[in-house]
Design a binder for this molecule. Structure first.
Ligand code: SF4
Ligand code: SF4
Length: 340
């Protein structure tokens, strides 16, 4: 365990940024936190979490995949990938850190997504335990401990600075590279910070929430439930819930004619959109109720079915906070599963 005094925080950021790009939560013009590249004078946000999750670093909203050049009947395929540089993401919360395992289970299995893998290999994740979890948080439902997040390095905020623990080789390397700014840390201060976080978590409105009524093997039981109609009735199909969600991983692939060749890129897509399943033969999901059901069945049943019971949700609470009609995964799971 290492300690970084508050007075040395900026030197710590500067030491990291001197060697690789450093991103951390920073308040934007409207006072909401976004991951932003650190430069001298950048102040870390005090917000609990960023509006968009940290998945953007490994699965960006748009990404060039390859280029084509055409001359007559000849097509030249150009690998437009740029070598990804090492980078550090600081201040990732426990829920978002847990979401990486879900993304890995999709993108790092055969056939491996080399674009995602490249970014994962070059990124170092520094997590931060939650000092003040919010009323929308329910990571505990999935066994995630907001007081002890994963990542390459875990950071706890204490009275006069931060405690840091390296969890991986990458984390060890980061702390070794900044060793002259660190001193020996105190486990007891970490235990006290953890106890405080767990005390707050236990009093939150969603403390004790279980998803027992949904999950593995429930496809037949849940698919035709009449509640889907009422639950989805007001859904605007705006896709906000999918874009802020750290575990949503669907994308579309498009070609763009630059006039001087073709650029093939991918961009996030949403199962809430009417053209998500539009194919040459037509559309297999023609109503919002079908699209809505797909989003929640995927997270609550299909994904757990294929991943030893792990849900496709990490309880970050973003969909609870951001949906314009106040619909969210907790309401769906409670309605379908009979949970309180
Ligand atoms: S559930 Fe809410 S956020 Fe998601 S698409 Fe519907 S209206 Fe938008
Ligand atoms: S479904 Fe909602 S609460 Fe769960 S991970 Fe996605 S945005 Fe967070």
């Amino acid at each position: 365990m290492k300690k970084l005094s508050l007075a040395k925080l900026n030197d710590f950021f500067a030491a990291i940024a001197a060697k690789q790009a450093l991103y951390l939560p920073v308040n934007n013009k409207v006072g909401k936190a976004d991951f932003t590249k650190w430069t001298a004078g950048t102040e870390m946000s005090k917000a609990l979490n960023t509006v968009r999750s940290a998945k953007d670093f490994f699965f960006p909203q748009t990404e060039n995949l390859m280029d084509f050049k055409m001359e007559g009947k000849n097509i030249e395929v150009i690998d437009s990938r740029e070598e990804c540089e090492d980078f550090v993401v600081f201040g990732v919360r426990a829920c978002d850190a847990a979401s990486f395992a879900i993304l890995d289970s999709v993108y790092l299995v055969d056939p491996v997504d080399s674009y995602y893998k490249n970014r994962r290999e070059h990124g170092t994740v520094v997590t931060m335990a939650c000092g003040k979890p919010a009323e929308t948080c329910f990571c505990g439902t999935f066994g995630i401990d907001a007081a002890n997040p994963a990542g390459d390095v875990t950071v706890w905020e204490v009275a006069d600075g931060y405690m840091l623990r390296a969890n991986t080789e990458k984390g060890e390397a980061l702390l070794a590279a900044t060793a002259d700014l660190l001193e020996a840390g105190d486990e007891k201060a970490v235990e006290a910070a953890q106890a405080k976080t767990r005390e707050i978590m236990a009093k939150l409105p969603l403390a004790g929430l279980t998803f027992d009524g949904v999950g593995v093997g429930k496809t037949k039981e849940l698919f035709d439930r009449p509640e889907w109609k009422t639950l989805s009735e007001s859904c605007l199909g705006c896709g906000t819930c999918t874009f802020v969600c750290p575990t949503c991983q669907c994308y579309d692939v498009r070609d763009f004619d630059t006039g001087n060749g073709i650029k093939r890129f991918r961009c996030w897509d949403s199962c809430m959109y009417s053209d998500f399943t539009l194919m040459a033969h037509g559309n297999s999901r023609n109503s919002q109720v079908e699209r809505f059901r797909q989003r929640f069945m995927h997270k609550l049943v299909y994904y757990p079915d294929r991943n030893n019971g792990t849900f496709g949700c990490v309880g970050c609470g973003r969909c609870l906070a951001r949906c314009p009609i106040s619909m969210n995964i907790v309401k769906v799971a409670k309605t379908l599963g009979g949970n309180k």
